[in-house]
Design a protein around this ligand. Structure first.
Ligand SMILES: *Cc1c(COP(=O)(O)O)cnc(C)c1O
Length: 468
């Protein structure tokens, strides 16, 4: 016999449930109502086909599950406990307060984005940020596009369409997310001429490959791997000089592109944009959200003539950046121009943090959980970790770090990791054998309190008695 439909609870009984209504602040009242209605509709359809009407608690559980799914589908903040500072999956570089303030202030109103205030006519959106980039790199000109992949595409399309681009076999890279240099070259209509071998390429290889069809000698930074041992590459200075002699363009896809010497943060020297420009390279392309620590964008620095030619390519219109990106980039670069403020860039603050300081944070977090942990099946303890820069930068850099290790006598590391991911905010750690490790170098210090709350609810949830 069919269950009477009146046994289905009214919508308001669920929307006024405290756990359900807590989602109103996160998802909006209308979305919570939609979720409740969908669960009740399903129960009604089931009942019409003769199924039992689930008890209230089960319906409530279904609603909460649905709301949690909705929440995860949103773009939300997460705690990055992986120790990978520039994680592409987590949006690479966190922005400096100065960059955000600039974006908030300029984004909320009208600006002189493309307006020349002195002349009262149309201006260029790239002028101001170019001045900062030129000052920092020593280049004559600069252009900003959507990302470094776009920068490479634009350079190749502008100068090498239907012509030859000579690249060392040791530098035909693939970066994450489907960016393969040979494919980008083909897409741009350029012809790839590979020279040398995987491990050794000499200047004479470039000279021999040169012909009337050659547009460019290109170098590409092997961002995410290293060839070690019996190797030779043509350095930027040698290649730039040879390009000048043979009247072709020398272009470097520097990728991660540091704008300051990273040795001050205890990691290996990475060629800076200024150093590359000083070698005589005509054009250098880098990412804005890797070692620069700014918003996603691609920066091309180079001599005036080539930058002006690039700006005339109609593709620039399709690859252009918006005012928010320019505001955030400009706010980031302003900190470089005032070196005492460099540590305001979150990436550098994270690199700069001492291991002792991170151990202390780990100690404080564990101490805050001492009461919650007692008697539970979860073990939380400080541990040593190794952080990396990530995002396809500095593949060999291993940065001593510290964090907390979470393990349990009755749950696997994968189960713990899944619980942490479903927390609010989600916490993503690294799973190692039987424990999940949270590296505190990549956890923004302002997130420690939230992390403590997530870990507290995890220990309560896992307590042998009285738990769920
Ligand atoms: C990361 C990288 C790119 C791609 O940069 P995006 O800004 O992510 O498009 C291109 N070239 C090199 C050498 C890189 O390291």
């Amino acid at each position: 016999m069919n269950a009477p439909l009146r046994d289905i609870p009214p919508v308001h009984r669920l929307t006024t449930d405290p756990a359900v209504s807590a989602y109103e602040g996160l998802l909006g009242r209308a979305n919570v109502r939609v979720a409740v209605q969908a669960v009740l509709d399903r129960a009604r359809e089931g009942a019409a086909k003769g199924a039992e009407i689930p008890p209230f608690e089960r319906l409530r559980g279904e609603v909460l599950e649905r709301l949690a799914d909705d929440r995860r589908a949103d773009l939300i903040s997460v705690v990055n406990g992986t120790g990978v500072l520039l994680h592409t999956n987590f949006g690479r570089a966190p922005l400096a307060a100065n960059a955000l303030a600039n974006a908030v202030q300029l984004g909320g109103g009208y600006t002189n984005l493309e307006f020349d205030l002195a002349e009262g006519k149309r201006g260029s959106r790239y002028d101001r940020v170019s001045l900062q980039l030129c000052e920092l790199s020593g280049a004559q000109g600069a252009l900003v596009v959507n990302n470094c992949a776009a920068a490479v595409l634009l350079v190749l399309d502008t100068f090498a369409r239907d012509r030859d681009v000579v690249v060392s076999r040791g530098q035909l890279i693939e970066i994450g997310g489907g960016f393969r240099l040979p494919d980008v070259l083909r897409r741009s209509g350029a012809r790839l001429v590979e020279v040398g071998t995987t491990n050794k390429t000499y200047a004479r290889d470039f000279r021999e490959a040169w012909s009337e069809r050659t547009a460019m000698f290109m170098r590409s930074h092997p961002s995410n791997y290293r060839i070690e041992g019996f190797t030779a590459e043509v350095d930027a200075k040698t290649l730039a000089a040879l390009a000048k002699e043979l009247d072709v363009i020398a272009f470097e896809d520097l990728g991660s592109g540091a704008f300051v010497d990273l040795e001050q943060f205890g990691i290996a020297h990475e060629p800076t944009v200024a150093e590359e420009i000083a070698t005589g390279m005509d054009l250098v392309a880098v990412s804005g959200d890797k070692l620069l620590g700014g918003p996603q964008c691609g920066i091309i620095c180079g001599n005036t003539e080539h930058i002006e030619t690039l700006k005339r390519n109609p593709l620039v219109r399709a690859l252009r950046v918006d005012k928010l990106t320019l505001a955030a980039l400009s706010g980031t670069l302003a900190l470089y121009l005032e070196p005492s403020r460099l540590l305001e860039i979150p990436l550098f603050a994270m690199l700069h943090a001492g291991v002792a300081e991170l151990r202390e944070r780990a100690g404080r977090i564990c101490a805050a959980l001492a009461d919650a942990g007692s008697g539970g099946a979860i073990r939380i303890a400080p541990c040593e970790t190794v952080a990396t820069t990530g995002g396809g930068t500095l593949p060999l850099a291993s940065i001593p770090s510290a964090g907390i290790s979470i393990s349990s006598s009755d749950r696997s590391a994968d189960e713990i990791a899944a619980s942490l991911r479903s927390a609010s905010p989600p916490v993503i750690g690294r799973t190692e054998d039987t424990a999940v490790r949270i590296d505190l170098r990549s956890v923004l210090p302002g997130q420690d309190a939230e992390l403590i709350e997530v870990l507290r609810s995890l220990t309560i949830e896992t307590k042998p008695q009285g738990g769920r």
